[in-house]
Design a protein around this ligand. Structure first.
Ligand SMILES: [Zn+2]
Length: 463
């Protein structure tokens, strides 16, 4: 007898937590933070239906906060059992969790200063120290190696979503359950011919938990590189700068590998590039260390040009002083800095100096939430509010939406075509209601499978 209870990423795209019960044991697959709308964020404060102490294993699919960011919280509630992940997920988790702890403390401090907390004293969801302590529980398993989880066995397969991301295949009592985690894009880089397909094909599972973030949307599939070249040449001519707001893990690395290759092949001018984020400095190290596990394009760039920390013309800014030194740079240049959605971080300081300058460009490469500063700028806003002031916008505002790390519905269907028999049941998770419903209809229409949309806190029994 085995059951799964959906403690998150059901009815929403964040807070992934799938509590799997078998043999009187409890295995949690992913331990994500709820993010975004307040209604969901408040659930980070609600107790889990099981005491954290009684969870026997935590299995992580990848290092995004909506899959790993709740680990320090269960640690603070007494969870001390193994946290299983791939080696690259281990490295990235060590970068993102302490930062998250730091942010949680900052948020609580800010709420107390402003006095807007409903509680007398706002407390952090967890502290930096608890985040650091929780890392001691991490234990790694390489891709494709079978390992035991109680009387069941598990195995990671490559999901191609971010560095280290895996599908988790769990076998118990003659049944196989596949947890997709987040499913990556089907890569179509023509130079990748002959390399193993990523995300890797899966041929069978009795039960499938499948993400549905882009269940009703398609990505534009044209090549982003010509546009990047054009912007860099324009900036070279104008003498301005390009500011690219980007998340420090994965998106920043993808960009610098792409920009480096464009420069080396004569398709972009060699402008100085500043990567202004302490997290990115660490994340790049993880990418170089694990580039064998990553896609072929990255592997080739590292093999040819070496470690990005040594690339001439690319400067990684870790300290505040290094960040401020960018202000003294004369002539055209590129700045890649977080946060990707302009919610905070160093990127705001760079924007404050450049939004009013028609020689400059702000290039968005990630999703901008409705109502966010980024989305206002994309919609042609004339000004944006930062640091309590309005800043007029005279610079170019450009968007490239090809960088998503999630498969869209066409790519999901393409990946599902690998299945040799229909799963007994497919559960859709990690989607807004409209996305999940559209994907359910599409899978039923295409394959006639039995598809169920997971509901928050619902338990399903698997035969
Ligand atoms: Zn993810």
């Amino acid at each position: 007898m085995i059951s799964i209870q959906f403690l998150g990423a059901a009815g929403t795209v964040t807070g992934s937590k799938h509590l799997t019960r078998f043999d009187g044991k409890e295995m949690l697959v992913d331990c994500g933070l709820f993010q975004g709308a307040k209604e969901w964020r408040e659930r980070n404060w609600q107790p889990l239906p099981v005491p954290a102490k009684s969870i026997d294993w935590l299995v992580l699919t990848h290092a995004h906060l909506d899959h790993v960011g709740f680990l320090p919280r269960i640690y603070s509630e007494g969870f001390r059992n193994p946290v299983i992940c791939t080696p690259a997920t281990d490295d990235l988790t060590r970068i993102v969790l302490p930062d998250s702890g730091h942010l949680q403390e900052e948020e609580a401090e800010f709420a107390n200063k402003k006095g807007y907390s409903k509680h007398k004293q706002a407390l952090p969801l967890y502290t930096y120290e608890q985040a650091v302590q929780s890392l001691n529980l991490l234990t790694t398993r390489p891709f494709h190696e079978t390992f035991s989880v109680g009387s069941g066995t598990g195995r990671y397969l490559r999901a191609g979503h971010i560095l280290g991301s895996g599908f988790f295949e769990f076998s118990y009592g003659g049944r196989k359950i596949l947890f997709s985690g987040d499913l990556g894009r089907i890569r179509r880089d023509p130079e990748d011919q002959g390399d193993p397909q990523i995300p890797e094909p899966v041929f069978e599972a009795d039960y499938l938990l499948l993400e549905s973030t882009y269940g009703n949307r398609l990505h534009s599939k044209d090549d982003p590189r010509p546009k990047i070249s054009e912007i860099l040449y324009r900036t070279q001519q104008s003498g301005g700068s390009v500011v690219i707001p980007a998340f420090a893990v994965e998106r920043t690395e993808k960009l610098i590998f792409m920009i480096k290759k464009l420069m080396e092949t004569g398709k972009a001018p060699r402008l100085p590039v500043f990567i202004d984020s302490p997290m990115a400095v660490e994340a790049v190290k993880a990418f170089v260390k694990h580039c064998e596990e990553y896609d072929a394009a990255t592997r080739r760039v590292v093999a040819k040009y070496g470690d990005p920390s040594d690339w001439p013309g690319f400067t990684f800014c870790k300290t505040r002083e290094e960040s401020m030194a960018i202000n003294d740079v004369k002539g055209p240049h590129v700045i890649i800095s977080a946060s990707g959605m302009l919610t905070g971080g160093r990127v705001l300081h760079h924007l404050a100096r450049r939004l009013g300058d028609p020689r400059c460009t702000v290039l968005f490469v990630g999703f901008q939430a409705p109502g966010s500063r980024g989305q206002l700028m994309q919609a042609g806003g004339k000004s944006v509010r930062m640091f309590g002031k309005e800043f007029g916008i005279q610079c170019h505002v450009e968007t490239l939406d090809q960088f998503s790390d999630h498969a869209d519905y066409e790519e999901i269907i393409e990946w599902l075509k690998n299945f040799k028999h229909p799963p007994r049941r497919t559960f859709l998770v990690h989607g807004e209601p409209a996305g999940a419903e559209a994907l359910r209809e599409l899978i039923v229409k295409t394959f006639k499978w039995d598809v169920h949309i997971a509901k928050y806190l619902e338990t399903v029994e698997l035969e």
